[in-house]
Design a protein around this ligand. Sequence first.
Ligand SMILES: [Zn+2]
Length: 111
Amino acid sequence: MTRSKKKNRNNIRKLALDQIKSYFNEIEKIKSDNLPLANRYLDICRRISMRCKVRIPRSYKINICNNCKKLLIPGITSRVRIRNNKKTHITITCLYCKNQKRFYINKNENR
Ligand SMILES: [Zn+2]
């Protein structure tokens, strides 16, 4: 692959990431009053990320169900609980497909 092509691909990735971020900003604004549109935007974001091979940032990924790929909004489309068996963790349940995702809280982590 020539140098210019590689550079071009990096540019595309940068643009794609920018677009994903702007879509997520839009989702933040409309998710409380227009859920179908927010889900549609999310679908577009996922398509952009797949086509351009860009990862969706982790801070946004928390809001997406792993199973049905829908938007998780605490109290509306998802249930958030703090559980404590052996280790303290947060459980987020998707109310569409009842899929659960867990985040472990590491107390010894220095971040
Ligand atoms: Zn789900």
